[in-house]
Design a protein around this ligand. Structure first.
Ligand SMILES: NC(=O)c1ccc[n+]([C@@H]2O[C@H](COP(=O)([O-])OP(=O)(O)OC[C@H]3O[C@@H](n4cnc5c(N)ncnc54)[C@H](OP(=O)(O)O)[C@@H]3O)[C@@H](O)[C@H]2O)c1
Length: 310
């Protein structure tokens, strides 16, 4: 089990990303029933962290998770959610105001049908709120037992430092994968020195690191991957070649490249919990096998080097 920052929250090193559970604003053709099955499959497969957000379906992902977890022992899994999107004026604006964040937690608790949220992230920074004040509001909720760990997401290093002025930030969630490694230089030293956990998003590079692509794909206009430079031109071809080069190692372990890649994050000392998303319960079942893959030091380095300087 992995401990989150300075909190008492512990979870398996593999979680479930749920932006495709009820996230109809991000992906087309999602079915609620499939979303619920995805969550149940994760919990049945020994995965103990569910990563969601208000922004996934504007509350719908949280609602489906609230339904899916009924009948499961709440003390055996961890829910992480996020907020900052203020829809009170009809548009979506980013809001880190302390009172807004406190109300966001209350609203999320209702949708999730639970008494506490294990990890609550400020999803995006706004331009006006001092970040330590936003975090101080979350600390009040932590002291009241409504949340158990404080996180920030999509914050620059300076914003993380401001948020962590009083040492209250437990975890940072930001983009990081074998093909997007900027944060190794940007924030890993600071996070390590300050006992802040790191949870990478897009760990499978939105499916590209699973080994299932050989030709350029055209995603529907309503899919967030539409226009993603990783999926186009020479960059796409180079990533696919490198991913395919891992197939013999994956076969040796009896898994697909997706699970081999997930095992690399699990073995990476700078990564706390890896949260691949899924569109089908079968993908969750397969990804859960990553917890059993033991990479040797040489295999870890080989995967690492394959994607250096991409
Ligand atoms: N904090 C933030 O701002 C932020 C931003 C983005 C994401 N997130 C979180 O991070 C999580 C992970 O990101 P993500 O889900 O967008 O991307 P990801 O984990 O990089 O990729 C997930 C996608 O890969 C495909 N896939 C997964 N397992 C597979 C398997 N075994 N075989 C073949 N294909 C497989 C599925 O898509 P297809 O079946 O369509 O290929 C799945 O939806 C999200 O769910 C969300 O919880 C947070």
């Amino acid at each position: 089990m992995v401990k989150i920052g300075k909190s008492d929250v512990n979870a398996t090193a593999l979680g479930l990303g749920t932006n495709a559970v009820g996230g109809n604003n991000l992906f087309p053709n999602l079915k609620d029933e499939t979303g619920i099955q995805i969550v149940k499959t994760a919990l049945d497969s020994g995965i103990t962290l569910l990563d969601t957000a208000f922004a996934y379906g504007m509350g719908h992902s949280e609602e489906l998770i609230g339904q899916a977890i009924q009948g499961y022992d709440r003390s055996k899994f961890v829910i992480a959610t996020k907020a900052a999107q203020d829809t009170s004026n009809g548009d979506v604006t980013i809001n880190n105001n302390p009172e807004f964040l406190k109300q966001s937690v209350e609203d999320a608790l209702k949708r999730l049908q639970t008494y506490y949220i294990d990890i609550f992230y400020i999803h995006f920074p706004d331009d006006q709120t001092p970040k330590d004040q936003a975090v101080a509001a979350l600390n009040e909720l932590k002291e009241a037992g409504k949340i158990k760990a404080i996180g920030v997401s999509n914050f620059s290093l300076d914003q993380i430092k401001e948020a962590n002025k009083d040492g209250l930030v437990d975890v940072v969630e930001d983009q990081y994968s074998l093909i997007h490694r900027e944060n190794e230089d940007v924030m890993f030293d600071y996070l390590r020195d300050n006992n802040i956990s790191f949870v990478p998003f897009f760990p499978l590079a939105s499916g590209l690191l699973t080994g299932k692509y050989s030709e350029v794909v055209n995603f529907p206009e309503t899919d967030i991957r539409n226009g993603n430079p990783d999926f186009t031109g020479d960059r796409f071809a180079s990533i696919v070649e490198k991913v395919n080069s891992l197939k013999p190692m994956a076969e040796k372990h009896g898994v697909d490249v997706a699970q081999l890649v997930l095992a690399w994050y699990i073995a990476n000392p700078d990564i706390s919990i890896v949260i691949p998303g899924a569109k089908h319960p079968e993908q969750v079942e397969k990804n859960a096998q990553a917890l059993k893959v033991q990479l040797s030091d040489d295999e870890y380095k080989e995967i690492d080097n394959t994607f250096k300087n991409i």
